[in-house]
Design a protein around this ligand. Sequence first.
Ligand code: HEC
Ligand code: HEC
Length: 248
Amino acid sequence: MGLLMQIRPKPLAAWALAACLLPSAAAGSPSSNVAWTVETHRLVQRADSKIGAKLETIETEETYACTACHGPAGATPDRDRYPTLAGQVAAYTYKQLRDYKDGKHENRRMQAAVERLTDEQLAALSAWYASQPLPVVDVNEEDEISPATVRLIYRGDKKRLIQPCASCHGRWGQGAIIDVPAIAGQNVPYFVDTMRDYASGKRANDVYSRMRIIAAALTREEIEELAVYYARLGNKISSGGLKQANAE
Ligand code: HEC
Ligand code: HEC
């Protein structure tokens, strides 16, 4: 992290260079094998969430059930570093599950969990989580968010070539079409961890390095504040407080 921060992107040239270098750092292979063809879209759109609801409880000799770690319906946010899955964009979840299965996003526990599942089953799980309401997550009410961090979310930072988070993740952090995840309502320790993994390149399954470049340009404090901001935003949405959120 320290090293990455010293090489703050200067003008466009530095950004373009980083964009070229990062994907090839992963042994010259693409960051994901998922291609958003008509077939892939259909697979995700037509998936049966009821099948997903059954699949998440199945335990085998090799692996625990999804619910053992993520909670029923992917909504147990209190376990450190385990992402919440409820309310997530289906296409994003599908891409992540495929990336774990293909070894594009290395994680021993997740690889073991999805190894045995077909693409249809991964799509069914994604549809199931997408159909669930956002969970309420634990967040320290005393943590303050600086105005500079809020600016970063809605206006970005031209000097560091950071696009506003909201321009991709949406005004409410609700995610967007294809593979942009909902980040509102994400558990704070996981959010911080995964941003650090993008920054160090340990997580490299983001197509076009969209997140690796941004995460590497952020400070640790900014990442922590962003995580708290989005956790609170999710809690406002899940408690029906969208209007209050809008006023801020
Ligand atoms: C032994 C615990 C464990 C089990 C069992 C498990 N997971 Fe996970 N899951 C994790 C952890 C830890 C992560 C975060 C890994 C990382 O940082 O990449 C994760 C990440 C994920 C993600 C990525 C979320 C995101 O926001 O990017 C999805 C989707 C997911 N799991 C779904 C599932 C499904 C579906 C199953 C069952 C088939 C399952 N998990 C089983 C622990 C588990
Ligand atoms: C250019 C579009 C874009 C911008 C701008 C952007 N993101 Fe992302 N973000 C993405 C995409 C696409 C992914 C999913 C990448 C993947 O497949 O791993 C993602 C993933 C993430 C994740 C991981 C979610 C999870 O469940 O694992 C977090 C956290 C995140 N972004 C936070 C942010 C924050 C905070 C900002 C602003 C500082 C931001 N993003 C700006 C496109 C963007």
